[in-house]
Design a protein around this ligand. Structure first.
Ligand code: ADP
Ligand code: MG
Ligand code: ZN
Length: 631
């Protein structure tokens, strides 16, 4: 993809670094001051080269004894010259105590009586002051210089970030290979909505003539990987206009004030190139509800405000349409959704089975595929997958074929890619000892049998004890068709079959022989049971009541808004569901112990069993009355 190049962003010739100059200047003057100071003091002090130290009381006593010729006072320092022919050294150095004058320090009498002459020199020590000042001024200059340096540095980093305050927004649409609606499979409703936008961009006059307002903002909402970005690019491709894109998360990395200026620039550029499209991906990153995070970042707010200001300034001649994408509509600031802003909403949904076939076709289109590859079957077992997941599977399958030096993608490559994307790569290298393999085999067989026997569970698709991703083994259940709703019976069967692994371990290894291999199963049970009780109104005592309503307080913490008593009932409901699941799984496995042994044995031998193989081994299982929920 060609980066949008900004000619204004050309590098200026490097200026000499101001910071270094300041340092050099500082050091230079410091040296000069020091040299002058030491030079003059050495001159002055010449006659006092062999001076000896005496205390001021001693000096006073010499003065009283008329042994001194003169005292020179310089600041606190006393330079005392003794009379000749005395027992004192010629030159004496002493210091006053504190700041008082000599008179105040007991010399008044001797001075008045003329026993000593006192010369008071200008007591400001100019060079000392310069030196003292240098010690304050130089670091200050250094600190200020450093701050300036840091600021310039930060600024130039911003400039790098965004090409001197201009957006680094990428522009699509001028490139050779455009994205078109045909590249977006499925999602017909969304494409329908967006083709109107394309028409606005292509024939603005048509709408002006009848006085229609051209939409300013379109919000694409949908789960991650459902093709929102792709869809926005397709709008640009279809309308044949430039496409400026930026991601909300990029704003989060910026320095203070940069987000807003970048928005300003992005809009300016789009207007200059109008008609055009601005695409703001992940807009929730800057436009989250202002209360949701309790005093959320002012920086984000500035960025958001700037977006709103820019959009409010649009008119029919502007010819710019802003498309934003988010997977968290519920998180968005309401101000964004007001009329004249992002008032058109397009929902992009997870693909249904027929759409999945279409998406797979798009992604296998330019790849060599063997005849045995069944995209319909792959579509059937990928309920809940996004377009991005499916694209990923197609790519993994191609990589797999290349890895095995095949010229064509085979069905095995596709299956392996599917499993790899769904749970993670096989870890054949992970060594399990015989005991661990046996426990894993019984654990997985437990899941499979409970799921197979219970009437409202999806059928077993595959069982394996080959470690994959973070799991030791996997039992897969796949719905025969896409479904949006589940009833209580079905969910209770999900709970029971999830318990099946732990229960099988218990039957084989005894109550305390159970392993940590079931922890994620138990986690799943706990979560699903809680969801049933508190979010779906599926409890027994609390039927049809939900308790997922929460309050977000000032700090953004969620607090429950139901009583302690209700809280206890919820807990007991969850416990009841868990116990029931446990008991039903145990009833099924005890009633079908022979099949449990057989399936575990088959797994130890073959490691992986497909749907039909499992069904063959599990022929003749029975449904015990204890596990029955309904006729
Ligand atoms: P989103 O922006 O919703 O997170 P993207 O547009 O980035 O999703 O989709 C990621 C990739 O998934 C796309 O580049 C494309 O390869 C694939 N994809 C997603 N949805 C579709 C679709 N409906 N048709 C074809 N490919 C799709
Ligand atoms: Mg995206
Ligand atoms: Zn398990």
């Amino acid at each position: 993809m060609p980066e949008y190049k900004n000619t204004a962003g050309k590098k200026k010739p490097q200026k000499p670094n101001k910071f270094l100059n300041v340092v050099r200047l500082g050091i230079f003057w410091l040296l000069v001051a020091f040299l002058i100071y030491s030079f003059t003091t050495s001159l002055n002090g010449d006659g006092f080269k062999n001076a000896e130290q005496r205390t001021i009381t001693e000096v006073l006593s010499y003065a009283k004894a008329e042994k001194l010729e003169k005292i020179e006072v310089k600041g606190n320092e006393l330079r005392v010259t003794a009379k000749d022919k005395t027992d004192l050294p010629k030159n004496i150095i002493s210091r006053k105590d504190g700041s008082g004058t000599l008179q105040e320090q007991g010399f008044e009498e001797v001075i008045n009586e003329g026993k000593v002459s006192v010369e008071i020199e200008d007591d400001t020590d100019v060079f000392g002051i310069i030196l003292d000042a240098a010690f304050i001024i130089v670091p200050t200059i250094l600190i200020i210089g450093f701050l300036i340096f840091m600021m310039r540095q930060a600024q130039s980093m911003n400039n790098q970030n965004m090409g001197f305050g201009k957006a680094k927004a990428r522009v699509y649409g001028n490139e050779k290979k455009k994205v078109l609606f045909t590249d977006v499979a499925g999602n017909e409703a969304a494409k329908q909505d967006l083709s109107e936008v394309v028409d606005f961009l292509k024939n603005p006059k048509k709408y002006e003539k009848v006085g229609a307002k051209i939409p300013r903002g379109v919000l694409l909402a949908g789960d991650p990987g459902t093709g929102k970005t792709l869809m926005a690019r397709a709008v640009a491709g279809e309308a044949n206009v430039p496409f400026f894109s930026i991601s909300g998360s990029e704003f989060a990395e910026m320095f203070v004030g940069v987000g807003a200026s970048r928005v300003r620039d992005l809009f300016a550029k789009a207007k200059k190139n109008s008609p055009s499209i601005i695409f703001i991906d992940e807009i929730d990153a800057v436009a989250h509800k202002r209360d949701a995070r309790g005093g959320a970042g002012r920086e984000d707010e500035q960025t958001l405000n700037q977006i709103l200001v820019e959009m409010d300034g649009f008119d029919n001649e502007t010819g710019v349409i802003v498309i934003a994408a988010t997977n968290r509509v519920d998180m968005l600031d309401k101000a964004l959704l007001r009329p004249g802003r992002f008032d058109r909403h397009v929902n992009v949904t997870l693909p249904e089975r027929t759409d999945r076939v279409e998406i797979l076709k798009v992604h296998f289109k330019n790849k060599p595929v063997a005849d045995n590859v069944d995209l319909n079957a792959l579509a059937a077992k990928t309920a809940g997958s996004s377009g991005a997941d499916l694209a990923n599977i197609a790519n993994e399958a191609a990589i797999g074929a290349a890895r095995n030096n095949r010229k064509e993608i085979t069905n095995d490559d596709v299956t392996e890619a599917f499993e790899r994307v769904a749970i993670g790569p096989e870890r054949k290298s992970k060594v399990m000892n015989e005991q661990e393999r046996k426990i894993t085999a019984y654990h997985e067989a437990g899941h499979a049998i409970v799921g197979h026997v219970l009437p409202d569970s999806d059928p077993v698709h595959k069982v394996t004890i080959i470690p994959r991703g973070r799991t030791g083994g996997v039992t897969w259940f796949l719905p025969p068709e896409d479904r949006s709703y589940k009833n209580v019976y079905e969910l209770k069967d999900v709970l029971a079959r999830a318990m099946g692994g732990r229960v099988a371990e218990r039957l084989i290894l005894g109550a305390d022989g159970i392993t940590t291999g079931a922890s994620s199963d138990l986690q799943h049970v706990a979560e699903l049971a809680r969801e049933m009780v508190s979010e779906e109104g599926m409890g027994t005592k609390l039927r049809d009541q939900v308790f997922n309503t929460e309050e977000v307080n000032f700090f953004g913490d969620r607090a429950k808004i139901y009583s302690e008593k209700t809280s206890e009932i919820i807990d007991s409901e969850i416990e009841a569901l868990t116990k029931e699941a446990n008991a039903r799984a145990e009833a099924v496995l005890k009633a079908n112990k022979k099949h449990l042994d057989a399936l575990a044995q088959a797994l130890l031998e073959k490691e992986s069993l497909e749907e039909k193989e499992v069904a063959a081994i599990l022929k003749g299982t029975s449904m015990p009355a204890a596990a029955k929920l309904h006729d």
